[in-house]
Ligand binder design. Structure first.
Ligand SMILES: [Zn+2]
Length: 128
């Protein structure tokens, strides 16, 4: 799944649960679940990181940095850091991405972007 959609689903979970610890715990699980869905990826890494950060930044600006939606969004996006930070996979093995999920088919990148945008928009409108 694209990073911004991970942020959106984690954020929605946090907003609905209204619990910081639950949002933090559930985030990585949601990431794993999301990556199981057959999906297209966006090959542009800086777009991926940038759009994820923008989504998180908007939520933090609107709802405050420690809002459950912000923590949930961050926790759900976190596992993708292992793609970019080498010391998170000291033996070259990824923890959250072990060949799971089908890539290149299924939910298109465009649909994921639309879903992410709609969900983040809903979270921004809804507030804390
Ligand atoms: Zn992932």
């Amino acid at each position: 799944m694209i990073v911004s959609l991970h942020v959106a689903t984690g954020g929605a979970a946090g907003a609905l649960l209204r619990s910081r610890p639950l949002a933090l715990l559930l985030g990585p699980a949601l990431h794993l679940a999301g990556d199981q869905v057959p999906h297209e990826d966006i090959p542009d890494r800086s777009f991926e990181i940038g759009s994820g950060l923008v989504a998180l930044g908007l939520l933090a600006a609107r709802r405050g940095p420690f809002d459950p939606a912000v923590l949930g969004g961050a926790a759900a996006a976190m596992p993708d850091l292992e793609h970019v930070v080498p010391w998170l996979r000291p033996h070259g093995e990824k923890l959250f991405h072990r060949g799971v999920g089908r890539h290149g088919v299924g939910v298109t990148a465009r649909t994921q972007l639309l879903l992410a945008g709609a969900t983040v928009g809903w979270l921004l409108a809804r507030r804390g």
